[in-house]
Design a protein around this ligand. Structure first.
Ligand code: APR
Ligand code: ZN
Ligand code: ZN
Length: 360
């Protein structure tokens, strides 16, 4: 049984991805088969194909997706065939030490489908346990979150990864609230989502920092009240001068580099919060005076996937989008076909797009 569908896979380290026919099993207990409508192209997909995440090739890429549930296995009660769902990579287990302590957004045993999709008999490793550059994909039931079907699939799918990471860095991890001042370092998809999230949460001053003037234009569209081109000006000085010499309540790093982390560290007010949502590479180091870490107080946090809980956050964010309060469409720079992912990787590397989204 099972079905054959077209899908984009990365066969070997550094090799261009290719469109192949793969086999998708029928859903077993606790599994769901989703017909994919849209899937965003994310840095993580490129990192998989570069072998930077693991060497378990071949990978089935794609993970920022929305679609329609085609069929469900036994014991699935959260979704039904025909439901419009956004896919997520945090299907919490309910049983690990974090879930048991009431902090499921740190779940250490998130669920994936038990059966494997295959290509020419070889088991595929789906990106982030999803694998959605495919006409259909098999996931664990908890990886599908039902949302209002009035939302556009291209926009809704982005909630499943980078946009959620940024929104959640501000709203969940940074706990931005009414009256806060916020600075966001890096105004790509993640940083601009952090700006949009800060605006939704009621921040009165939102300062976007980037080295690319086009990204700063976008930052203003998403809600930045001020922007700083840090290739031209010292962002710490500008942020201080915009905040009566104090610094911001919440400084969000959405690049993943030591120099921007250091800027975020020094740009925050006493007892403020730094949130690191950008992902550093293993070689990066940072040297900070311990006395400054002590003396400035507050908290230095990391945000994994925006500390989101998909069932709590996705339907709420889609509702805000449908009410016109969160412009998810603006994150979609272009829509492409399944054969155009390599070109989209290049555009992403050149910083030309927020998100390219594959429509199926
Ligand atoms: N200072 C300020 N901004 C910078 C700097 C710098 N030194 N270097 C790069 N940037 C900006 C880029 O110009 C770009 O606008 O950071 C932004 C990064 O955006 P994207 O490349 O679109 O990446 P994005 O998808 O937003 O992800 C950002 O978050 O989830 C992580 O892995 C992801 O580490 C990555 C980060
Ligand atoms: Zn758990
Ligand atoms: Zn992603």
């Amino acid at each position: 049984m099972g079905q054959k569908v077209r899908a984009v896979i990365a066969k070997a380290k550094g090799e261009p991805v290719s469109l192949e026919v793969i086999e998708v099993p029928d859903p077993g207990p606790g599994e769901v088969l989703v017909e994919i409508q849209a899937c965003g192209v994310c840095h993580t997909d490129l990192h998989y194909r570069e072998g930077a995440i693991s060497d378990e090739f071949p990978f089935l890429l794609g993970h920022e997706a929305a679609g329609i549930v085609e069929s469900i296995g036994e014991e699935v009660s959260n979704v039904a065939p025909g439901d419009f769902v956004v896919l997520n990579w945090r299907a919490v287990c309910g049983e690990c030490r974090s879930c048991k302590r009431g902090r499921p957004w740190y779940c250490f045993a998130t669920r994936n489908a038990s059966q494997k999709m295959t290509w020419e008999g070889v088991k595929l490793s789906p990106a982030l346990g999803i694998g959605a550059f495919a006409e259909k994909t098999l996931i664990a039931a908890g990886q599908a979150t039902k949302v209002d079907p009035a939302a556009s699939p291209a926009a809704a799918g982005l909630i499943g990864c980078g946009v959620m990471a940024g929104l959640g860095a501000a709203m969940n991890t940074g706990r931005v609230s009414r009256g806060d001042s916020v600075a966001v370092f890096g105004c790509g998809g993640v940083g601009n989502a952090a700006i949009a999230g800060s605006k939704l949460a009621g921040a009165h001053k939102i300062i976007g920092v980037d080295i690319d003037a086009k990204k700063l234009d976008l930052a203003r569209e998403f809600g930045a009240t001020h922007t700083v081109d840090s290739s031209q000006e010292n962002p710490v000085n500008v942020i201080r001068s915009l905040t009566n010499g104090n610094g911001v309540d919440v400084a969000i790093e959405a690049v993943g580099r030591p120099e921007t982390y250091e800027q975020a560290f020094y740009a925050r007010d006493h007892a403020g919060t730094v949130v690191l949502v950008g992902v550093p590479n293993p070689e990066m180091q940072i040297d900070l005076p311990l006395l400054e870490i002590f003396g400035r107080g507050g908290s230095l946090k990391s945000s994994w996937y925006g500390d989101c809980l998909p069932e709590r956050d996705f339907p709420m964010l889609i509702d805000l989008y449908l009410q016109g309060r969160l412009d998810l469409d603006r994150f979609v720079s272009e829509t492409i076909g399944l054969t155009e992912i390599e070109e989209a990787f290049h555009r992403m590397e050149r910083g030309e797009v927020i998100r390219s989204v594959v429509l199926l």
